[in-house]
Ligand binder design. Structure first.
Ligand code: KG4
Ligand code: ZN
Length: 340
């Protein structure tokens, strides 16, 4: 009996400040290596020029390590899936150029992936989906609510009108002196605090979000309190983190609840960096339990930027022979409109 050869997809993600290489074989993740760039902490945000340089420095080594871990040779790769956008142009171009060179040297197809589409698809890496389903993608650059009728038919039903949810964590955290990215630290500190401070929740139509007002409200509140007591932040850091986090999570859950009722879905999932947040996970679990809905929480390594989600979506596109031309360019803006 001749065994059907396995399909091996190399995934590459360099859209922002994480360099990641993954290998997916027949839809199963074999390796998912991610290197985070420490340099941006020093500047309180991502410095695009440094991000691109770091990708150039680390991508080859990461690729070699991934191939070694998966115990594969270059000739075993059937196609290369790469993030085309949205993201930082310089960073995207490093991953795209590397992907093209692998394709050229091995004479294999290139698969282009929309980063936001990949975040949403990360929900289904190790599990079967139960449709209709809502997916809230919450990251440092995006906040998007997707309605999936089934795997190949989805639409964007809401998004942020200004800052992304991750930005709300990062910017308010910065005001309190937390290092970039502030989300994970705020999550940790909030666990020990009480949400005693009230911040306004923006009222935005439909299933859209707005977080820039929160940042301004926190700024004015801190300025006023510090005038009276210069050590206000230091003395109240835990409660401030708990209060800000609670406000962000409430805004996210409120719209999810409304959309779940209006669209009569069977399941809700969250994806993107902020989906690692423990309060968001807990509140979503409550909501789903109360309404008898299935819940999809990606494992933490698939929440923040990673190439496993790129390779996995690449695998689904490979099955449909959805290949890209080697002349494609990176897209800083890449609205999610296409269906799979
Ligand atoms: O998806 P991601 O890695 O990159 C983008 O595509 O933006 O998301 C990064 C964002 C950052 O804003 C970071 O602060 C936030 O995800 N984040 C969190 C947590 N872990 C990461 N925010 C809140 N709680 C967390 N545990
Ligand atoms: Zn992302």
């Amino acid at each position: 009996m001749i065994l059907k050869p396995k399909i091996v997809i190399l995934g590459i993600e360099t859209s922002c400040d994480d360099t990641s290489i993954a290998i997916v074989q027949d839809g199963v993740v074999l390796v998912n290596f991610i290197t985070s760039q420490w340099i941006h902490k020093k500047y309180g945000g991502v410095v695009p020029e440094y991000a691109s340089r770091f990708h150039v420095e680390s991508i080859i080594e990461l690729y070699e390590m991934a191939m070694q871990k998966a115990d594969l040779r270059a000739e075993d790769i059937d196609a290369v899936a790469v993030t085309r956008g949205p993201g930082l142009l310089g960073s995207l171009m490093v991953g795209l150029s590397f992907a093209k060179s692998v394709c050229l040297s091995l004479n294999i197809p290139l698969i282009e992936v929309n980063h936001l589409h990949a975040h949403a698809t990360s929900l289904f890496i190790d599990q079967q989906a139960n449709y209709p389903l809502l997916c809230l993608t919450v990251s440092g650059g995006h906040t998007q609510l997707l309605y999936f009728k089934d795997a190949s038919d989805f639409e964007v039903i809401g998004q942020t009108l200004d800052d992304a949810a991750g930005e709300a964590f990062d910017k308010t955290g910065k005001l309190m002196g937390l290092a970039y990215p502030a989300g994970p630290e705020m999550d940790k500190l909030a666990k020990q605090g009480i949400p005693q401070f009230q911040f306004p929740m923006a009222q935005v139509p439909k299933y859209n979000y707005s977080f820039s007002g929160l940042k301004t409200a926190v700024l004015y509140f801190l300025q006023e309190q510090q005038r009276k007591d210069p050590s206000f932040i230091e003395r109240n850091l835990l409660d401030l983190c708990a209060s800000i986090q609670s406000c962000i999570v409430k805004m996210l859950i409120q719209k999810l609840n409304k959309a779940a009722i209006d669209y009569k879905v069977k399941s809700i999932g969250i994806a993107g960096g902020v989906s690692a947040n423990s309060e968001l996970r807990a509140k979503l679990s409550e909501l789903c339990e109360k309404n008898h809905l299935n819940i999809y929480l990606p494992s933490i390594s698939y929440c923040t930027d990673n190439a496993a989600m790129i390779a996995y979506l690449g695998y689904l596109k490979y099955l449909k022979k959805d290949f890209a031309d080697l002349s494609i360019t990176a897209l800083a803006r890449y609205p999610l409109t296409q269906t799979l």
